[in-house]
Write a protein that binds this ligand. Sequence first.
Ligand code: AMP
Ligand code: ZN
Length: 450
Amino acid sequence: MPGKIRLYDTYQAKVVDFVPIVAGEVSIYYCGPTVYNYAHLGNIRPVLVFDLLGRVLRELGYKVHMISNYTDIDDKIINKALEEKKSEKEVSDFYIAAYEKVLSQLNIIPLEYHPRVSNYIPQIVDFISAIVDKGLAYKTASGDVYFSVKDDPFYGSLSKTKIDDLISGSRVEIGEEKKSPLDFALWKNTSDQGIKFDSSLGKGRPGWHTECVVMINSYFKKPLIDIHGGGFDLKFPHHENEMAQSWAYDGTRLANTWMHVGFLNMNGEKMSKSLGNIVMAQEAIDKFGGNVIRDFYLTTYYRSPVNFTQEAIETATSEVDKYERLMKKFEAKEGLEGIVFTSAFDQESFDKFLSFLADDLNVANALTVLAEVMKNANNLLRNPRSSLDDLSKAFNTYKKMLEVLGFKFEPLLISSQDKETYASYLQARADKDFKRSDELRQLLIAKGLM
Ligand code: AMP
Ligand code: ZN
């Protein structure tokens, strides 16, 4: 049986014991990007958090089914296509490829599937029609379809917003035929130049809030999954509207656990395209490397906001350097001394590390266990009398912890020349030729081999 994990659920507004729908398995869906532009650094925070969650769940023994969508139908994509005289598909394919390159450089475990809205139009139309038939959505004179928020007694229960407060702060835009300002579009008929689909609802496009519910139902073949999430900004209205449609369609709240990831801020404000305070994810990876970006995010609790500052990046860089140096020391020891580490493993430290991560992804506490393992490893490596068993135990445990956190380091390449240099260094030391042994040692240090 898989190990226990506790997660904060936005709907229940507390940390709760996670109970899977199907024993031993976890279904996860997180809302993905609208692919009309390159991803910025904020966009990838949820991706890294869900990647860590997936790693922890696998380590606990669960079979993880994780998917995330690409919103490839949206006015922003249409506008970009018109601007660049391309089809919407060319625009979205281009930005999807750029996004997937970012994911791979961040060492994100490939998802089980990336559904695209454009492939689910018939299912979306059927879904909307079913809600209309239930009387919870209505068609306007021009054929648009709106969800009737006042008919949903649960509306606001996810984001803890009150319908009356919302109504007093909102208004119906000119040209909209809503009955109430909170009602949201499920389908819009249109004769504009953008992509549109012929359907029983008319010629038009679905609204943004329907796609995820339909893709969850279609892919998982059930109306309720274990975990659904995204950034904090999606809580309202996007996720509230998704949940409302799920209640309307088949009486479930779509996901048992709703997870929301805190913002990346820049100069005290949310990093966002509309504010213009963005750093592109690709640019940051090119400059600092995927491991540093991962470390930058890992060290803050995932629900808290995090500030993008030079200082934070420097701290992450020095942490990652430490991780890599220790990894290389082990590899150098194995490669230069011709020893082979055994499979010895410090299960007790690892279990402690994992149980912190299973406590709503408490990385900060898990890192204190990692620090102990590193300290012990450095002591062992410094001591020429350390046993192979102790060294192997420290190495395997350390390596596994880095893997669970998602770091990836290139293996150390040791040439035959390096091995000769090392043999000469040992010989010079045995001969008490300290000048020569010191020179050779410096050479090995410069190559990261000592
Ligand atoms: P979008 O393409 O704007 O729909 O965003 C894609 C994902 O990025 C969503 O899960 C958003 O919640 C998330 N996101 C956008 N901006 C930020 C930010 N500054 N910090 C954290 N997450 C963000
Ligand atoms: Zn969504």
